[in-house]
Design a protein around this ligand. Structure first.
Ligand code: UT7
Length: 328
């Protein structure tokens, strides 16, 4: 029988500092009313001092590993979905490998922004199903608070920091595990969410970098239109691939960027509120951390039991989007 990539455990980490909409009212020309009406966000967790993507990813990974009962030495792969690594390189996954003592694991990052976890889990499942890996740590982690312009009200109110991780193991004789994954991209829309300075085109401090964006830039309305279409499309596609319908989905765990985008996707799929997981009010958009953080909280709240069918969906800078269908 074919190998299935079965999620064994979930861990999470968010910084302790909470930044509320009231706090933001004192920083930029905004209001709690505007933020809640347009996004559903009430507060977000923000890194302080030395905290960053690396420390959050490590804490989440430790919790996931401890809960899985699988020692770090038995991991053969670490995949981390992030676009805000502590360094441009080396990768966050390699830092995790050494800090965890995962001495038999390969490690790499996946750059797919807010769809980072979807892409990473899809990749991990393919490695397990093809026999190239048995125990994989999959992490979604970002600390966009370090990269936003805190004077730009159109972006700084949207993001928060967070990470979560799952341990995935290859199993036979089970119908649990990742059922299907859909990965999509449209690079022509890359200009709508960018962070230009710091790569090799516009190196920091170079003449080429002058006048280029050295903070997060987002064309909100364009991304909004794309997201509404993309979320529904990816879900329909992953369900079709699996020969399933929205009725088969016990819990929908979408990327938490904006409550209105989530509601419109749920409406298109005909999913009632009680089958849609939402925590955007507490965390804002944590990018790669968002979906696994949703899985973590849903699991803690008893919304996921063995055999539950979970559909995740995400979209983000690239542009990228995709979905995983998982039997928990
Ligand atoms: O994970 C992928 C990341 N991205 C997303 O998911 C973002 C997708 N886009 C969105 O969620 C929405 O487009 C936003 C929440 C970013 C913006 O909502 P919107 O309804 O599209 O607002 P808008 O950009 O059309 O702006 C409406 C008005 C503008 O004022 P004028 O030009 O109409 O006078 C903005 O200047 O709201 C103003 N505005 C604000 N006002 C108060 C923009 N940001 C703020 C703010 N507080 N924070």
């Amino acid at each position: 029988m074919n190998k299935r990539a079965v999620i064994q455990s979930v861990g999470h980490a968010v910084p302790s500092k909470v930044l509320t909409n009231d706090d933001l009212e004192r920083m930029v020309d905004t209001s709690d009313e505007w933020i809640v009406q347009r996004t559903g966000i009430k507060e977000r967790h923000i890194c302080q001092g030395d905290e960053g993507t690396g420390s959050l990813a490590l804490e989440a990974s430790r919790e996931a590993l401890e809960r899985s009962g699988i020692p770090a030495s038995e991991l053969d792969l670490i995949v981390c979905g992030t676009v805000t690594g502590d360094y441009i390189w080396p990768s966050t996954a390699c830092m995790l490998q050494t800090e965890l003592g995962a001495n038999n694991a390969g490690a790499y990052d996946v750059s797919a922004a807010c769809a980072g976890f979807i892409y990473s889990l899809g990749t991990a499942a393919a490695m397990i199903e093809s026999g190239h890996a048995q125990n994989v740590l999959v992490v979604g982690a970002d600390a966009l608070s370090k990269q936003v312009d805190w004077t730009d009200r159109s972006t700084c109110v949207l993001f928060g920091d967070g990470a979560a991780a799952v341990v995935v193991r290859g199993e036979t004789d089970t119908d649990r595990g990742v059922i299907e994954t859909v990965l999509m991209a449209d690079g022509s829309g890359g200009k709508y969410i960018t962070y230009e300075v710091g790569g090799t085109k516009y190196p920091v401090g170079s003449p080429q970098a002058e006048g280029r964006r050295d903070k997060v830039y987002m064309a909100g309305a364009e991304v909004y239109r794309f997201a509404v279409q993309a979320m529904g499309d990816a879900c329909c596609k992953v369900l079709e691939k699996a020969g399933m319908t929205p009725d088969d989905v016990d819990l929908f765990v979408p990327h938490q960027a904006n409550l209105r985008i989530i509601e419109s996707a749920a409406k298109r799929l005909g999913l009632p509120d009680h089958r849609v997981f939402v925590n955007v009010a507490k965390y804002g958009n944590t990018s790669g951390g968002s979906i696994p953080l949703g899985l973590y909280e849903a699991n803690e709240q008893g919304l996921l039991t063995k055999g539950s069918v979970v559909m995740t969906v995400g979209f983000g800078a690239g542009l990228v989007w995709g979905a995983n269908l998982i039997r928990w």
